[in-house]
Design a protein. Structure first.
Length: 229
């Protein structure tokens, strides 16, 4: 009797093992790279950047394709893709700037930074981050002023589409406001980590990218010898 029960347990275990889904380690690592675990502000910035990329790659390419086809067959465009693509490009730049801050993808002139003492490097990183925050806040302020003026005047584009300017300018302004929020939040987080003696956390937020970090961001696998070290 006990032998029969053991056989039943073995059969159930084997059937459960067959039903258990297999996870591909390479697929999981790719998913973790695309959508890593990160705080909510950084996650929102990443999603906005994805939305911006989708607008440019899918939306603009679709509209341009429609215009090309209609011009070929009917000798005229139908959707004014040139004008809409210009609005989309401006809006996508605003939406993607927040992710530029969180991923440290902005251009930095750090030729001499590695040669400086540790304390001077911290000061330089903080000054650069503060300067970026000031510029981001100024851009958001003037973008809001432009949007408010277009709203008050009920401004429309001077074209056949007569697009209300508050639509593209509104998306653009939302992106710049979020860019300003992230540009102010990241230095505050970095200072908090510095006060807590978390130097790796400070460097992860606003420190200059090392060569290995740039390789990891590009998605290129490091050599086995480099990984071992």
């Amino acid at each position: 009797m006990r032998h029969a029960c053991d056989e039943d347990d073995d059969r159930r275990g084997r059937s459960a093992g067959r039903l258990r889904p297999l996870r591909d380690p390479s697929a999981m690592s790719e998913l973790d790279r695309l959508l890593p675990r990160e705080p909510l502000p950084q996650r929102i910035s990443r999603i906005l950047a994805w939305a911006a990329g989708a607008i440019v790659l899918i939306g603009c390419s679709l509209l341009i394709s429609i215009d090309v086809v209609t011009r070929f067959f009917f000798k005229r465009g139908m959707v004014e893709s040139f004008e809409i693509s210009g609005y989309a490009l401006a809006a996508c730049i605003g939406l993607g700037l927040g992710f530029t801050v969180t991923s440290k993808a902005n251009i930095r002139v750090d030729i001499l930074l590695d040669a400086l003492p540790d304390r001077f490097r911290i000061v330089c990183d903080l000054l650069a981050s503060a300067a970026l925050a000031v510029i981001a806040v100024a851009l958001a302020w003037f973008a809001y002023g432009t949007l408010a003026q277009s709203w008050a005047l009920n401004a429309k584009s001077v074209s056949l589409l007569q697009v209300p300017m508050v639509i593209p300018q509104g998306i653009w302004c939302v992106g710049l406001v979020w860019f300003a929020c992230m540009a102010v939040l990241i230095p505050i987080q970095a200072i908090a980590r510095l006060v807590a003696s978390d130097r790796p956390g400070f460097d992860a937020l606003i420190g200059s990218l090392r060569v290995t970090e740039e390789i990891e961001q590009s998605g290129v696998e490091r050599p086995a010898g480099e990984q071992a070290r």
